[in-house]
Design a protein around this ligand. Structure first.
Ligand SMILES: [Zn+2]
Length: 424
């Protein structure tokens, strides 16, 4: 997360109807020798894959990417490990080579030497993660947390920095430093804005790169020098996160002062992909669309029926209520999944146990053919298994058509049995 007065100044100028071009002139790229940074250091940072744009000197090292601390020692010792897969020119979610291991796992976080609102905001950030039902959860402790969030005077325009990414042992780095000076976040920032900053920095400690790491122009408005590169830590695309631009991701590089970015749909897919670990409660209670991996079409109550027995099909998503579903966790790994439109639930008709048994809507009665186990497939998608038959929600005949009917079938891992569950 890049935080500069330049960016804030830009937002102010936009509000004042001045042209954005005025801002760009303030954001000149770092060049060898700029800001007193030795050329050999900039070359090393570039060699590691980080952008040399706007590198800042800070005690004990440098800040690259806006908020990633590279110690002097790291710059001398770090060997370059190429990312196994580097994707360029898409806006998706990205992870580093190393992730947190040893799931399920609780990571403790302490907040020291900062105003009380920083602890409050940390609690909000933690609750955003913990609400997702991940196998990785966080707990705030009074001191000695595995990740300590601490005060640091980082200089004008730098709001915070992360110590980096998970190490090869699968542990998070520490500390996260936040600049509570008046030239940084200050002593009384908006609490949700502060929670977003903290959630972002925690995101780095568990292996998230910037969503727009390849194109900082997207959130920062900088041009040229937009690509942070592989950075020697990997930039691996997370499957299931759409390639479309992602305007509200919590891992975008830059944020305007005061903005709040709770997890968006793609953030949740990415976090589930990396850290749900096959948990029995991988989807928080809420309202979702259910999208076939195979066809890209949405689970739909045909013709907006409100009747018991109304059939369930796939249809191009149009944002209507008969394509929206309320997930309610019932315990023991099972969910009730109700149409927003009718209030009726996904039901295997007649409690069939055969392949091809039709899926319809019916008033909820708590029976097994109205309960669904939701399991992560490890690619960002889920399978939905009927409790009474253990068969999977399936687009019949792998249809691509609007109106293609939805049935149950023995799970075989094929795309017409896999679904993206995306919050509305
Ligand atoms: Zn960042």
């Amino acid at each position: 997360m890049k935080y500069t007065h330049t960016i804030i100044a830009c937002l102010v100028m936009i509000a004042g109807s001045l042209v954005f071009q005025s801002c760009k002139k303030e954001s000149r790229p770092a060049v060898p020798g700029d800001m007193g940074i030795p050329e050999r250091t900039l070359l090393k940072i570039k060699e590691l894959g980080y952008s040399t744009f706007d590198v800042k000197k800070t005690p004990g090292g440098y800040i690259a990417e806006g908020d990633i601390f590279l110690s002097d020692e790291a710059l001398v010792k770090t060997s370059i490990t190429p990312s196994p897969l580097l994707r360029i020119a898409k806006s998706e979610q990205y992870r580093t080579n190393n992730l947190i291991t040893g799931l399920p796992r609780v990571i403790t976080i302490s907040v020291t030497n900062l105003p009380a609102i920083y602890a409050t905001a940390t609690d909000i950030a933690i609750s955003r993660y913990n609400a997702l039902g991940l196998q990785l959860t966080f707990q705030r402790v009074a001191g000695g947390g595995q990740v300590n969030i601490e005060y640091a005077s980082l200089g004008s325009g730098v709001l915070g920095r992360s110590a980096g990414f998970p190490n090869s042992s699968g542990n998070p780095p520490s500390p996260i430093q936040l600049n509570a000076d008046a030239n940084g976040l200050g002593s009384s920032p908006d609490v949700n804005y502060l929670a977003t900053v903290i959630a972002h920095e925690i995101g780095h400690t568990i292996g998230f790169r910037h969503t727009d790491y390849f194109n900082r122009t997207y959130s920062c408005g900088w041009s040229p020098y937009p690509n942070e590169g592989d950075a020697g830590v990997g930039a691996i695309n997370i499957p299931g996160t759409p390639a479309a631009e992602d305007p509200n991701s919590w891992m975008l590089a830059c944020i305007g002062s005061g903005s709040n970015r709770p997890f968006n749909n793609n953030d949740i897919i990415a976090l589930n992909y990396l850290y749900n670990g096959g948990g029995t409660n991988p989807v928080p209670d809420g309202t979702y669309k259910i999208i076939s991996v195979h066809s890209g079409k949405a689970l739909d109550v045909y013709n907006a029926s409100v009747a018991d027995g109304g059939i369930v099909v796939q249809w191009t998503y149009a944002g209507v209520r008969n394509q929206q579903w309320v997930f309610t966790y019932l315990g023991n790994g099972f969910y009730k999944i109700a149409s927003v439109h009718s209030g009726k639930v996904l039901d295997v008709y007649g409690a069939a146990t055969d392949n091809g048994g039709e899926v319809v809507q019916w008033a909820f009665a708590g029976v097994g053919n109205q309960q669904w186990k939701v399991e992560a497939n490890g690619d960002g998608s889920f399978r939905l298994l009927s409790r009474h038959s253990n068969k999977a929600l399936d687009v019949y005949g792998a249809s691509q058509d609007n109106g293609g009917k939805v049935v149950q079938w023995t799970y075989a891992g094929v795309a017409n049995q896999r679904w993206y569950i995306q919050p509305i």
